[in-house]
Every structure is written in structure tokens, then in C-alpha cells.
Design a protein around this ligand. Sequence first.
Ligand code: HEC
Ligand code: HEC
Length: 532
Amino acid sequence: MPLFGAEMIVAVDFRAIGLVVGAVVFIAFVALFVRNVFTARDELGSEIELAANRAEYLSDEELETTKLDRSLTFALGILTITAVILPFYWLGEPGRQEGAIEVLDETFIRRGTNLYQQGAQCVNCHGGGGVGGVAAYVYQDADGQFLGNASWVAPALNNVLHRYSEEEVTYVLNFGRPGSPMAAWGTPGGGPLTSQQLEYVIDYMGTFQVQSLDPLDIQAAGEDELDFFDEGSIAAQEAANELAADIRGEVQRSLDDGEFATVGEAVFNLGLYSGYQAGSLSCARCHTAGWSLGPDVVPNILEPGVAACGGGDPSGIGFSLCGGVKERFPDDTWKDPRGGWLDSTDPETPGAGVDYVLAMDMTRIPLDDKGVALTDRSDDDGEPIPYTIVEGGDLADCEYYSDLWEPGGIPTDAYPFDPRIDLVVAEEAGEGVTGDFVDPPVLTEADLAGEFDGETLTLADRRLAAGCTVVEMPERTSNAHYDFIVGGADAGVGYGRGGQSGAGMMPGFGKTLPPDLIQAVVDYEREEIEQR
Ligand code: HEC
Ligand code: HEC
């Protein structure tokens, strides 16, 4: 990105130079022309020496010297100008192309806006800015008998490009959601819009997407690819934390109000009563029959026999999750034997190649090439300092330790924690040590199974680590299950027992739900729905 910025400046500079050269050439041309007119030989009376239609031509002598030299100089001048202008043109080309793309983008977005708001009236159901809304629906029984008028939740679209790829959205727009108020809009599905027009609408929807919670998107928001701590990334991180807090707040509210019994159930049904984000973050709208019509019309949608077992809403796009989920996604945890995180260097590890882990508050913790989580501190040699893994896979960054346990707080003779090693063990356990540190044995999980209290970490043997900050990590139960909810099903690839995701109907939630809520819904599916 910065490289491109530099190119742009160069292009603009040279364009200015090109303009100046052009102007000089033009002025010179005009000056020469004027001069020529004034210095032209007066024709009057000259017909005495020459015939009226004859101009005396140059002598041989003149032709071979002055005239030849002049012609050659002129040719050289033209050649120089051509040679100079061509590279200028070439240098200005990226800028010109960029400008053209920008203009084209603007045109696309303008046309998309028109379609969204007037032409196709997406706005009527999905709301201005894609915040979601409802669609009128006639509710019928299995025999097609009229039962009543109802409102079908039309999901928020201001996150749709975080949940689906553009191809998947195109598919939904082409074919609609049969059986739901979402009609087929594209010509392949018999709708009125061309594929070009669908592209316009998708481009327009791109302008109102909310903050993505995907760590990689947050990373890309920054200037430098590898810097977790640059300004752009930090701003995106803050926006992501805010959005995640808002979602968690809504989940908590629904629990406080007694709408749902567990966090997992609340996430599965997110927005059932409140209409939060128009149900776009819920699972049940596709996996529970009648969910999109709401609890007034289909009052039993939380009952175990219906919830998640219902083969999708009347549009029939989801299917039963009751039974068989654990079989599809066996228990495999993220925990490695060190009590830590996935080893990103082991190609056998699911998620191999990942260079960060995601904390509960959405912060990205960089991993080194051995999969060790790193703090943002470095030691005297500039080497990054690893976190200490504490109970439950949480990470602690502790600066001091003492082998003395003083109930009154951190002992005054607490020693600086040697950053190069996990935690330092004194030579003579139980004594206040003033001597040198020795190479300590690496702490095991058992050592760390102590309590964390504010800034101090009590180790299992009552030694004390102080100045700690603990980063909470969400627990994992099944990597494969979690990954499926994060990534969804790919367009054109049948997935799982349903095998119907050619349409990419199962969205990925990794960019719209925080990791702890994804884990909660995974647990809900594994423990509660699985029993049904
Ligand atoms: C008559 C109301 C209505 C109109 C008009 C409408 N939609 Fe929809 N749309 C819906 C409903 C309802 C759903 C949810 C269907 C379901 O439950 O599966 C939906 C679903 C979608 C989805 C899938 C989103 C998801 O998360 O599952 C997309 C994308 C979408 N609409 C885009 C559009 C666009 C773009 C337009 C305009 C070209 C449009 N819709 C016009 C009612 C409408
Ligand atoms: C827009 C509709 C839709 C939404 C929303 C949705 N799903 Fe799905 N889901 C599907 C479809 C369709 C499939 C089947 C995919 C296939 O077979 O290819 C599926 C499959 C699954 C499966 C695989 C089951 C198996 O045994 O193979 C799981 C698990 C699942 N969904 C969980 C969830 C969770 C959790 C959420 C909410 C965070 C969710 N779904 C939201 C449509 C949806």
C-alpha cells in the first residue's frame, strides 16, 4: 500500500512536468509562427526577378550546410521530445488507470444505490443502509390454506459480505430463497436484473458493511502487513471490540430478561424477541422451522422438538442439527500438551499456518513460528517475550516473581522476572533469594494451576508471580466444529450431512460473532441439541 502511494506521487509529479513540456512546445510553436509571418519576404515587386509562381530556391552550398544542419537539428528535437514524452506518459499511466477505476467504482456504486433504493426496492424489506427489516408474508398451512398475514424477518445486509463471499451473495440474488419473500432477482432465476446490475447492488452493499471481527481484516486495515500494533489496525481493533461488546451485551440482556436459558441458546436465537440485527446473526432462522415469522406466529420455536430440529424455516434452506453433529465433528480440542495453543508449524494441526490466536476481547496475539504466543514486550536483546500459559489456556504476562509467599502482598524483595524464561525458580526453594538465577525447569500446567487475583498469580506451590496481565482465551472443544461455524460452507461445495451448500447457504460467522460466542453456540449444539 505505501509503495502504491509513492507511485501515485511520482505519477502526479511527472504529469505536471509533462504539462509544462507541452506548454513550452506550444508556446515555441506559436512564437515561431508569428516570427515567420513577420520576417516573410515581401512579395510585392519580386515578380520582376522571378516568375509569379516561382520562389527562388536555396543554392547547393546553402542546402548542404545550413539547410541540412537545420533539418537534422529539427529531427533531433522532435526525437528528443518523443523520447521524453513517452516515458512521462508511461509514468503517468498507473495514476490514470487508478483514476479510471475510481470513476468506474463510483458509477457502479451510484447505479447500485439507485437499484437498492428505487429500481429493485431492496430497501423496503432490508432497510436503509442494510440494517434489516421485515417482509410481508402470507402464512399458509401444509395444504396451502390461508392461515394469516405475518412478517418475515428480512436479515440485516450491512454484514452480509462478512458472512458470505460475493459469489454466494450473487447466488442468493440470482435465485432468491424459494419459499421465502426473498424473490429471485437475477435472470438465471427468472428475475429482472442482469448480472451487471447485481454487481452494482453488491458494490453498493460493500459501502455500508459494518466492522469485520476477522483478525485478518483488522490486520489489513493497518498500513503494514506484519505490524499488529500500527494505528490503522488499532482503530479497527477498537471498532471490533466495540461491536463485539455490543453483541455480548445483547446476549446478556436476553439472558437477564429470561428469554433464553444459556449463552449458547441465546446466540443460536439471537434477536428472536428483540430483532437484534434483524436476526442476521442467528442460526435458528435457518435451522428452526418458522423462526423467521417470530414467536407470536410460531410459538413453539424454542421447544426441543422444534428448535434446531426443524429442517430450516419454511424456505427449507437449513436442516436438522438434532443428532449426528458430534459424529460429524469429533471432540478435538485446541489444547496442545503444553496446555497452550495450536502449533501453527505442524501441518497436521487444524488451522496450521495461522500466525495469531484470538483472545476473548478480539485482540490478536501473535505467534512465533513455533506457535508460541508472544507479548508485545521484548527483552534486552530485542527478542519478543512469550506469554506464560495459565489455567484453561489463558495467557499471562508477568513481570516479577518471588518464591516467597507473603499473605500481605508482593514481597519487597520480589525479583524481576527474567523475560527469557517461562518463570524463574529460585535455587533454594522457600528462601528469599538474593543470588543469581539458575536455569529453571519449565513450568508445567500443574505449577500454574493457581489462582489469579488482580495483578498477582499464585502458583500451585504458593510462589507468587506479580505484575501480571492475563489475557482470557476462549475455550475450545471441537476445532473442526468451531472452524465450520467460522468459515461456513463454500459456494459450490456440498458440505456435511446436508450436502446442500452448493448455494453457500450456510454463512461463515468468523467475521460477525466474537470467538467466545461462537464457542458457546458450538457447545450448545454439541451438548443440548445433540440430545434431541
Ligand atoms: C419483499 C421483501 C424483499 C425484497 C424486496 C428483497 N429482499 Fe432480500 N430477503 C428478504 C427476506 C425475507 C430474506 C430472508 C429469507 C430467508 O429467511 O432465508 C432475504 C434474504 C436476502 C439475502 C440473504 C441474506 C442472508 O443473510 O441470508 C440477501 C443477500 C438479500 N436478501 C439481498 C437483497 C437485495 C440485494 C435485494 C434487492 C435487489 C433484496 N434482497 C430484495 C426479503 C426481501
Ligand atoms: C442462512 C441460513 C443458515 C444460517 C443463518 C445458519 N446455517 Fe447452519 N447450515 C445451513 C445450511 C444450508 C447447512 C447445510 C450445509 C451443507 O450441507 O452443505 C448448514 C449446516 C450447518 C451445520 C452442519 C451440520 C452437519 O452435521 O453437517 C452446522 C453445525 C450448522 N449449520 C450450524 C449453524 C450455526 C451454529 C449457525 C449460527 C451461528 C448456523 N448454522 C447458521 C444454513 C444456515
